[in-house]
Ligand binder design. Structure first.
Ligand code: HEM
Length: 298
């Protein structure tokens, strides 16, 4: 269900979504972030110029403060808020989808657990870059969940010049998709790219597009899937800047969680319906039973 009317600001302002946004984002999250930024700024004020010019890789906020003369405090705050707003909710929703889908597919969960057993020596061993790179099956699970239930089910783009679009067909010789022009989308239109539909299109993904199969990302047929048929982080110059970070963050969190807990659910894939505002929400809720794994070590 998409509430398109919420894209129109005067209507959005009268809605329950806006009220919630004000309560949790503006008064809650934004206020906390502002307080943390003030502390950070004070710590920078006490540093000598040479100390702020460290060559070591720095987190986003440090990079902004390092270039303090180029940005006002308000600009730094706005940039931080954008990253917080764009990064937290999306990761939290995607993680909840992954946990639910693993609860629905016990065989996949078991395989992911087997991989964790193989990679880690104990259920509280720390995760590092090396371990993350070995979690290849978990990588497939995350990718497939984002195909199956994309967190950002659509994104909008402003058309800057008339573009001709038409039916897509697949050339047997080249195995690429070609556009036959037959309609014009006029400049200044706003188009919605339906990620959730593209990700389930059988022309791109095959007859099993509606099935949850992590292995598909490793298969021979995946080579034939066009690049723009998989866009959980959008594509192009305004795509997600946090995609790699998000993948790592999710792998780290899941590697701890799945080593220690097993999840089950009474929900089935066919029970699930979504509310689509900006991100997708499962109307039934991500209801899972969480059980501590009994083995003392892996
Ligand atoms: C699973 C997690 C995430 C998903 C599914 C996701 C998805 C997306 C999508 C689809 C867009 C394009 C939106 C549009 O064009 O309308 C986007 C943009 C963006 N994302 Fe993410 N994102 C995730 C995590 C993150 C994280 C962790 C960060 C920051 C650390 C982040 C920062 C941003 C920013 C700043 C933009 C705007 C880029 C621009 O307009 O140039 N995202 N994200």
């Amino acid at each position: 269900m998409v509430r398109f009317w919420l894209q129109y600001e005067p209507i959005l302002r009268m809605s329950d979504v806006y009220e919630l946004e004000q309560k949790y984002l503006v008064n809650g999250l934004y206020k906390t972030a502002d307080e943390l930024l003030q502390i950070k700024m004070k710590s920078y004020e006490n540093l000598e110029e040479s100390e702020t010019q460290s060559k070591k890789p720095q987190i986003f906020i440090d990079q902004l403060f390092k270039r303090r003369s180029e940005f006002s405090y308000e600009e730094i705050k706005d940039e931080c808020m954008t990253v917080i707003a764009a990064g937290f909710d999306t990761i939290a929703i995607t993680m909840s989808f992954i946990v639910l889908i693993l609860a629905m597919h016990q065989d996949v969960q078991e395989k992911a657990f087997q991989e964790l057993q193989h990679v880690f020596n104990s259920n509280d061993e720390d995760v590092d870059e090396e371990k993350i790179s070995q979690l290849t099956y978990l990588d497939l699970v995350i990718k497939e969940t984002m195909r199956f239930w994309p967190t950002a089910p659509f994104f909008a783009r402003l058309v800057t010049e008339d573009i001709e679009v038409g039916k897509l067909f697949k050339s047997n010789e080249t195995k690429i998709f070609v556009t036959l022009g037959s309609h014009v989308v006029p400049a200044k239109s706003i188009i919605l790219v339906p990620v959730n539909k593209i990700h389930r299109n059988k022309d791109y993904w095959g007859d099993d597009a509606d099935e949850f199969k992590p292995e598909r990302f490793n298969s021979e047929s995946f080579r034939n899937v066009p690049t723009y048929a998989y866009v959980p982080f959008a594509k192009g110059p305004r795509n997600c800047i946090g995609g790699n970070y998000a993948m790592k963050a999710m792998k780290i969190a899941l590697s701890y969680f799945l080593r220690n807990y097993k999840v089950t659910t009474d929900l089935k894939v066919e029970d699930i319906t979504f509310e689509l505002v900006i991100t997708a929400r499962i109307i039934q809720g991500c209801k899972v039973k969480i059980m501590k794994r009994v083995s003392p070590s892996l």
